[in-house]
Write a protein that binds this ligand. Structure first.
Ligand SMILES: [Zn+2]
Length: 269
């Protein structure tokens, strides 16, 4: 991944998505905002106890940095489900300047210009989608529940059903998220990943001696996307672990939950 505007309001981009000329995208960091204390400084969550005005100012700053219209933002209301919602210009402002009207939505899809999708992260995996033929975009939040619930596949299905997308035309980017170096889980959680029995689980579950398991969330999501018909060459996987880079990125585990929240953002120009 590439870091942009590192000295002011930094954000990350994928080279593979920069080359898609009809979109703008970015993934925020914990730097460049005005929030204080445990939220210092770029926190984009309204629901973790931060000052609302500071969060709004953070949105204004990151929008200016990425080149997005503040009034075009549409945020998800994530709670680790796998519902996918299509949004339009009428949804702009939802979750930012207008109340949330979307419960249990962990993925957003749009085919409209100037509607900026916003989803939230602090270790969980962002999934970016862009159908380069039909010009449809999507963002999904894949924590472990969303991952084993195959939210990636559900987004591809939604794009196919609602917009006639062909999976072969969809480019995807996975991450940044807590990576296999740091993502340790207990047996109950690992068993949920073993239930993905149509996939080669040995590629993303790594048992340890202490009855714990290391999970590769990124690889799990990559394999789910391949299974959904996305081409290998159209999937980019992040090389940045949120926990290993917790001075740049918010990590729930690195901070024991005393943290702000980052966003993935994407719009059709
Ligand atoms: Zn790590």
């Amino acid at each position: 991944m590439k870091i942009n505007n590192a000295d002011t309001v930094p954000y990350l981009t994928y080279k593979s998505f920069e080359s898609i000329d009809f979109i703008k995208h970015g993934f925020t960091t914990r730097l460049g905002g005005v929030s204080k204390g445990i939220f210092s400084s770029m926190n984009l969550a309204f629901n973790r106890g931060d000052d609302k005005e500071a969060v709004l100012e953070n949105y204004r700053r990151i929008c200016e940095s990425i080149g997005l219209d503040f009034n075009s933002l549409t945020a998800s209301a994530q709670d680790h489900h796998t519902f996918v919602r299509v949004v339009t210009a009428g949804d702009c402002g939802v979750g930012i300047t207008k109340p949330r009207d979307m419960e249990s939505v962990d993925a957003l899809v749009t085919a409209e210009r100037k509607v900026t999708l916003v989803t939230y992260y602090a270790d969980c995996t962002p999934l970016f989608f862009a159908d380069t033929k039909k010009r449809v975009i999507a963002l999904a939040h894949a924590g472990w529940r969303g991952t084993v619930g195959r939210i990636g596949e559900k987004v591809v299905k939604k794009m196919t059903e609602e917009f006639g997308s062909d999976p072969k035309d969809i480019k995807c980017a996975v991450g940044p998220a807590i990576s296999k170096c740091c993502y340790e889980v207990d047996k109950a959680c690992a068993d949920e990943f073993y239930n993905l029995s149509d996939l080669d689980t040995s590629e993303f579950i790594f048992p340890k001696k202490n009855n714990k398991y290391m999970i590769d969330l990124l690889e799990t999501n990559r394999r789910i996307l391949l299974n959904a018909g996305i081409l290998t060459e159209n999937i980019t996987v992040s090389d940045v672990c949120t926990k290993c880079n917790s001075s740049l990125l918010w990590s729930h585990r690195a901070t024991n939950g005393q943290r702000g929240t980052m966003c993935a953002m994407m719009c059709i120009k």
